[in-house]
Design a protein around this ligand. Structure first.
Ligand code: FE2
Length: 339
């Protein structure tokens, strides 16, 4: 008799525990589709017992979804790459400010929102990749210099509607003003080796194939190719060299992957816990090793390949400024007829 009542008590306690564990969850809207993220979320689940549910789609779609769903959204976190989307989400009042000493310590000021509505989690530098047989690196300097007539027919990059190029151009507007930025965009477009097409990886391949001499790309694409299992990718990536632009000026433009807690998050405390975990040394090391991005946490070193490119001066312009000029960047690119 005694035993069976104890058994009932234990069973009850266990089912209560299970239901409270079930109730612990977070819903993430993510634009990132990397395997690392899946491993990071799993690690977090194992550490905390909080389940992480992920919905992936394009960043623009996720922002629209948040807007449409309003207070009924199931999403607690918006996770995207490129500052443009996070900035827009903030502008549309889809995020909320977070007070977290952990995040303020782990993430430097220029890669998080001044009102703590979004936080950078990884950094990528927008650099030049060049053909060392055709280009003397002494002739390379900043982004603006790519508009010089000496580079006619040599430049490769993707379209101006691409988020990375929009943010690069926005940073040039913020740093040098609209007039200089327009002049740059026109000169750059006139120097294109071909009409913009493909992604950053395609630009690197085009340099290696001799279709152009200098490409503007994000660092991690080169890192991925250098560590690829496909030998051709490795050879392609090894045949080009990397150059960090604007080292004597503002520094190389950087962009982020980042996250914010949604305005109507139902699991706000858990959401903060997850973002804090993603900024931790453990998670930052995983980010750095897996996708060849730069960690935001200054206590964590870049991966071997990335570190081999050397230290560089990064532009510490607040990414809020980059977000602010994203719309202007579209106007400037259109005026310059940059496809
Ligand atoms: Fe990318």
């Amino acid at each position: 008799m005694k035993i069976s009542s104890n058994l009932i008590k234990i069973t009850l306690a266990l089912s209560l525990m299970a239901s409270s564990l079930l109730a612990s969850e977070i819903n993430v809207y993510s634009h990132r589709h990397y395997d690392t993220d899946k491993i990071l979320f799993k690690t977090f689940e194992q550490k905390t017992g909080i389940t992480v549910n992920v919905v992936t789609a394009k960043a623009e779609e996720l922002v629209s979804k948040l807007e449409l769903e309003g207070a009924n959204t199931p999403a607690d976190i918006l996770l995207t790459s490129d500052i443009g989307n996070l900035y827009e989400a903030k502008e549309k009042v889809l995020l909320q400010p977070i007070s977290s000493k952990v995040l303020e310590t782990n993430i430097p000021l220029h890669v998080r929102d001044s009102q703590n509505e979004w936080f950078g989690l990884t950094k990528r530098a927008r650099i030049f990749v060049y053909n060392p047989q055709k280009i003397n690196p002494n002739n390379l300097s900043d982004y603006l210099s790519l508009a010089k007539p000496e580079f006619k027919g040599k430049i490769l990059t993707r379209t101006s509607t691409n988020a990375y190029n929009k943010s690069l151009l926005a940073s040039i507007i913020a740093n040098h003003g609209e007039e200089k930025a327009t002049e740059f965009a026109k000169g750059l477009t006139e120097n294109f080796a071909r009409a913009p097409k493909g992604n950053d990886r395609d630009q690197i391949s085009a340099v290696a194939a001799g279709d152009g001499d200098i490409a503007i790309v994000n660092t991690y694409y080169l890192g991925i190719m250098l560590n690829s299992k496909v030998e051709r990718d490795v050879e392609t990536a090894k045949s080009v060299k990397i150059f960090f632009p604007d080292q004597k000026g503002k520094g190389t433009h950087i962009n982020i992957s980042g996250a914010g807690v949604t305005k109507y998050a139902k699991n706000k405390e858990n959401a903060i816990k997850l973002i804090e975990f993603l900024s931790s040394i453990e998670a930052q090391q995983m980010f750095a090793e897996a996708n060849y991005e730069y960690p935001v946490n200054p206590s964590v070193k870049a991966s071997g390949t990335v570190a081999s490119w050397g230290e560089f001066k990064e532009d510490t312009l607040s990414l809020n400024e980059v977000g602010k000029y994203n719309k202007k960047a579209v106007e400037v690119a259109t005026k310059a007829q940059w496809k």
